[in-house]
Design a protein around this ligand. Structure first.
Ligand code: NAD
Length: 289
């Protein structure tokens, strides 16, 4: 297929390369010249604006920073400029309301569109092992699946337009909460005189077990290798966790959902980022406890 790829940053750069490796012809665009140069080195054709990049394509994939940018790129340069037969796939993490609105605008222009945010960080984007959660109609999901499979290990249909973003914010709100709970438990165990390894050995096979503990342990030297073992250099930066928690709080407000734990997690990550720690891995919040 001929695929336009818009947004070649930390995530999109690796994802575009995986489309090339799968045999697609990728027409790439990013505002940053260095990102474009990297894409060119990796086998993408590069263009100086979105409208040129989407000429004659079978699909458009975007991986952009936020909802306002996604809206402006699609409304200004994709809808009405890409062939109407092209499938549109936005993989950015954005708010549910904007995702639905952009999908609606695409549909009004005659396009099929899915929201397809990802779980997994930069390493998974490079390795092609992301998990995609997809919102859209059944036939559009069927068209999106083989494209996304070239960049991921799992592609799951979450429901209609916006359902991918809904799944993403609920998942990441839960992640923020159980990371904080895990950090609190390790910090208190230490104060109570427990050896952290002993506490891990017990809790990891008891009812406190969770992903933040057994796959991403926030203490160095305990559990599998994690950012804690690398001075908390970001796998998943605290600033990105805060972004996702803010999106979750927006979604909760729109849905009229009570989220006291999510709200507290959002406050704690906001404090952590305000202390200048936004570039650290999100598990580094244990250092504040
Ligand atoms: P990034 O800032 O590294 O990349 C974004 C890219 O978009 C940049 O290269 C930027 O120049 C480009 N861009 C901005 N405005 C543009 C425009 N109008 N037209 C074309 N290009 C434009 O961010 P990232 O880490 O790659 O994240 C991208 C998305 O993926 C975000 O929505 C983020 O929340 C989500 N995400 C990131 C991670 C992660 O670990 N980094 C994990 C899951 C999801």
């Amino acid at each position: 297929m001929i695929i336009a790829f818009i947004g070649l940053g930390n995530m999109g750069g690796g994802m575009a390369v995986n489309l090339v490796k799968a045999g697609h012809r990728v027409r790439a665009f990013d505002l940053a010249p260095e990102a474009l140069a990297r894409a060119a080195q990796n086998g993408c054709a590069t263009f100086t604006n979105v409208r040129e990049a989407v000429q004659g394509v079978d699909a458009v994939v975007s991986m952009l920073p936020n909802g306002a940018i996604v809206d402006s790129v699609y409304a200004g340069d994709v809808i009405g400029h890409a062939p109407v037969s092209a499938l549109l796939l936005d993989c950015s993490t954005i708010d549910v309301a904007t995702a639905k609105q952009v999908c609606g605008a695409a549909a009004a222009g005659g396009y099929a569109m899915v929201d397809a945010p990802v779980s997994g960080g930069i390493a998974a984007a490079n390795a092609g092992t992301l998990t995609f959660m997809v919102g859209g109609e059944d036939p559009d999901f069927a068209r999106a699946e083989p494209i996304l499979k070239a960049m991921g290990k799992a592609v799951i249909h979450a429901g209609g337009a916006g359902a991918g973003q809904a799944a993403k914010v609920c998942n990441n709100m839960l992640l923020g909460i159980h990371m904080l709970g895990t950090c609190e438990a390790f910090a208190m165990a230490g104060r109570l005189g427990l050896d952290p390894q002993k506490f891990y050995d017990i809790a990891s096979v008891s009812s406190g077990q969770n992903w933040s503990m057994t796959s991403y342990c926030p203490l160095p030297g305990v559990g599998p290798k994690s950012p804690a073992d690398n001075d908390y250099a970001a796998g998943f930066a605290a600033a990105l966790m805060l972004k996702d928690l803010k999106l979750a709080m927006d979604a909760a407000q729109t849905a009229g959902s009570k989220v006291p734990m999510g709200a507290r997690a959002a406050e704690l990550y906001a404090d952590f980022v305000a202390q200048g720690q936004g570039g650290m891995d999100f598990s580094a919040i244990i250092t504040t406890l």
